[in-house]
Write a protein that binds this ligand. Structure first.
Ligand code: ADP
Ligand code: MG
Length: 223
């Protein structure tokens, strides 16, 4: 089943006083449910722009985007339920909240829907921490854990709402080679176990080799 369908997606940004820079120049692609896709391209090629658009954090100038059969660019559509329930985002810097424990950070997205976190959410958070090897760190604060562990916590937080789509924007950019490889292996394993579709931006061949398929952004075109 097709999860993501992009047609002729264009996005430009203002550049200087009057000019514009075209970052996406007619991106067309389809991604099947359950795939693990790497998006490669050098720095500045538009990977973050593309992933932000897929996560509905950014609206393209033109084109069409269907996620799970729903037209994401319908004017006036409330995209926040999609953002919160269908997609999970792992950022380049993990963006954990320093004042909360690892467990509390992972549970934060659940609070958008209820004033209290449910029993089931806590159980699922523990299952995710076990799956990612950070169960013993649940009561630690972000300042007390390593970069690789923080990435794992950020992945758990992105998965807590059981999204159909996990968007990972160079999630290993801040990690050393071994941790970067292990974190990506973990994404691959979660993709297998939970069936979550993963789209991951990277500029590393070693990392993209772990994906089922690699798409490359070049001059604003994805191929
Ligand atoms: P990547 O993630 O591959 O490094 P980005 O999507 O971050 O690429 O950026 C692509 C291009 O768009 C870069 O030239 C960048 O400077 C430019 N760009 C990104 N975001 C903005 C913005 N908000 N305003 C202006 N230019 C931007
Ligand atoms: Mg980027």
């Amino acid at each position: 089943m097709v999860l993501i369908q992009l047609r002729d997606i264009c996005k430009s940004y203002p550049d200087g006083k009057y000019g514009r820079v075209d970052v996406l120049r007619g991106v067309c692609t389809e991604i099947e449910s359950g795939e693990f896709v790497a998006v490669k391209g050098p720095s500045g090629s538009g990977k973050t722009t593309l992933l932000s658009m897929l996560g509905t954090l950014l609206t393209p100038d033109s084109g069409s985007y269907h996620l799970n059969g729903v037209d994401m660019l319908t004017p006036g559509i409330d995209r926040s339920p999609v953002r919160n329930r269908l997609t999970g985002f792992v950022f380049q810097d993990h963006r954990l909240m320093p004042q909360y424990t690892v467990l509390e950070n992972i549970l934060l997205p659940t609070l958008a829907y209820a004033s209290e976190t449910g029993e089931g959410d806590v159980e699922y958070a523990h299952a995710l921490m076990t799956a990612t090897g950070i169960a013993r760190l649940s009561q630690q604060y972000p300042s007390e854990i390593s970069g690789g562990e923080a990435s794992r916590a950020a992945i758990c937080r992105a998965l807590i709402m059981k999204p159909l789509l996990l968007l990972a924007d160079e999630p290993t950019a801040q990690l050393d080679r071994e941790n970067a490889y292990q974190t990506t292996r973990l994404l691959s394993c979660l993709n297998d176990v939970y069936g979550t579709t993963v789209v991951m931006a990277t500029h590393s061949d070693r990392i993209s080799a772990l994906a089922h398929r690699t798409l490359t952004l070049n001059n604003g075109i994805l191929s």
